[in-house]
Design a protein around this ligand. Structure first.
Ligand code: HXC
Length: 259
């Protein structure tokens, strides 16, 4: 498929890392409807690609994304939003089975911060700014900013960010657990590719099962999450990869459990 607002590549060893780059530079990657549809299509295409182990979502050095497109939003009233299901389909990224790494340089504001938080792991460039400035526009976050941010950084910090609209920098994002690491802007994507390659050294099937279980921690009670984790753990014993564990044990002189 050809895209207007994103570019799609494959990088890394054996081209095992998908790379989706938001490419609407004139508007700092503001998330218009067309861009969000393309993000979903590009991510799901890479998710289905059997050679791809992990997917990176990134923007430019100036902006990951400066938020929902204010020009598209400004004339909407409640009825338009409600009857038109505004933001329906924005969660395409969360439908991926494979791990999705957000490589965030520059502004990740409003919907941009929310899009980064839909990914599984966030790496930040040194000049990254994460914020939920909706309050300054007379509205509130609408794509996870009050929910995923609270789960990521805790209530007090999320509350402060949402009710002031003030952004945090890369180091703060790392200190608060929103991002896992901070890198020079020009090395950020290469670092994300390395992380994708590292994930690619493991079974794609088991990585997908593992991702599903970790994400359950956001959705389920501890009791339910532990129950499903155990069931998913059992399912890995029905895969080829557990066989490789047995082979490993065998090579260490243990009894061979033939399957
Ligand atoms: C549409 C945007 C935009 C946006 C920037 N642009 N952000 N267009 N929607 N969210 C456009 C500008 O209009 C301008 O276009 C061009 O990008 C460059 O922006 P400048 O403001 O000139 O750049 P700069 O001075 O460097 O300032 C960068 C900035 C600022 C601090 C990021 O652009 C800004 O504050 N943007 C809005 C951030 C924001 O409020 N985001 C939250 C949106 S609400 P022209 O044509 O003039 O050159 C939201 C709701 C989410 O996301 C809820 C559900 C998803």
């Amino acid at each position: 498929p050809s895209y207007e607002y994103v570019t799609v590549e494959k990088r890394g060893e054996g081209s095992c890392v998908g790379l989706v780059t938001l490419n609407r530079p004139k508007a700092l990657n503001a998330l218009c409807d067309g861009l969000m549809k393309e993000v979903e299509a590009a991510m799901l295409t890479l998710d289905k690609d059997p050679g791809v182990a992990a997917i990176i979502l990134t923007g430019s050095e100036k902006a990951f994304a400066a938020g929902a497109d204010i020009k598209e939003m400004q004339n909407k009233d409640f009825v338009d939003c409600y009857m038109g299901n505004f933001l329906e389909g924005w969660d395409g990224v969360t439908k991926c089975k494979k791990p999705v790494i957000a490589a965030v340089n520059g502004y990740a504001l409003g919907g941009g911060c929310e899009l980064a938080m839909m990914c599984d792991i966030i790496l930040a460039g040194e000049k990254a700014r994460f914020g939920q400035p909706e309050i300054a526009l007379g509205t509130i976050p609408g794509a996870g900013g009050t929910q995923r941010l609270t789960r990521a950084v805790g209530k007090s910090r999320a509350m402060q960010m949402c009710v002031t609209g003030d952004p945090i920098n890369a180091q703060q994002a790392k200190d608060w657990g929103l991002a896992t690491s901070v890198h020079p802007p020009d090395q950020l994507v290469a670092e994300a590719v390395k992380l994708g390659e590292r994930i690619g050294q493991h079974s794609k099937l088991v990585v997908a099962i593992c991702k599903e279980s970790v994400n359950n921690a956001q959705e389920l009670s501890l009791h339910e999450g532990l129950h499903v984790e155990k069931r998913l753990f059992y399912t890995t014993f029905a895969t080829v990869s557990i066989f490789s564990i047995r082979t490993l044990f065998t090579s260490f002189g243990q009894k061979n459990n033939s399957i």
